[in-house]
Design a protein around this ligand. Structure first.
Ligand code: GRF
Length: 206
């Protein structure tokens, strides 16, 4: 069976990219990574991708006159590489409406909170400030509104007494690393239709 061809967009550490590329290294996994793009030239994730022998591309947003021009370059690179699904993995740029519309239903993101709670940045600090007892991460389709698309999968962790932001981040990240490959597998197997997001909810082992 043909494997779903995935492009991963990163800006930094790349630990989610790492688990995706490890899953995709298994020939029986239903997806393969065809391109890794970083907007940051020294992102550690690029080293991870190169070590795995994956094609990489640096597209520096700072040299483009507009967000649209930067996104058009990414769009062209993804299409040239035959990418069918885009995975955002710590990609720290807002995307233009045109790019999101072009890839809608074919672009997913992992966000470190149980959406719709705690959108945006500093999600672990937001969770501690709110006093929630459950926190976690979400894989969702990307739509024009930030951190707002149909939910594909979520993983939850407890918030424990005395937790710092770092404690919580580490506990959530460990679940992210299970959740993202699992969500990708479900999508690649055609079991997470964007037309019916409710049918695509899964409960990962955490
Ligand atoms: C993760 O916490 C992810 O949920 C968020 O950005 C972080 C990226 O981490 N979108 P890494 O680069 O994958 O290690």
């Amino acid at each position: 069976m043909a494997r779903l061809r995935v492009g991963v967009l990163i800006s930094g550490r790349g630990s989610n990219l790492q688990v995706l590329l490890e899953s995709c290294a298994d020939p029986t996994f239903p997806a393969e990574i065809g391109l890794v793009i970083s907007n940051v030239a020294d992102a550690h994730g690029l080293e991870r991708a190169r070590a795995a022998g994956l094609p990489t591309l640096v597209i520096d947003h700072k040299v483009f006159p507009s967000r649209e021009a930067f996104d058009a370059q990414m769009d062209a690179a993804l299409r040239t590489a035959g990418i069918e699904l885009v995975c955002l993995a710590g990609f720290m740029r807002l995307l233009s409406a045109g790019f999101v519309e072009a890839w809608q239903g074919r672009m997913i993101n992992i966000h470190p909170s149980l959406l719709p709670a705690f959108k945006g940045l500093r999600t672990h600090a937001q969770a501690l400030a709110a006093g929630v007892k459950l926190h976690g991460c979400t894989v969702h389709y990307v739509t024009p509104a930030l951190d707002d698309g149909p939910i594909i999968a979520q993983g939850a962790v407890p918030v424990l007494a005395g937790d710092t932001e770092e404690d919580l981040a580490a506990r959530v990240l460990a679940v992210e690393h299970k959740l993202y490959p699992l969500a990708l597998k479900v999508i690649a197997e055609g079991k997470a239709g964007s037309a019916n997001p409710k049918a695509s909810l899964i409960n990962p082992p955490v």
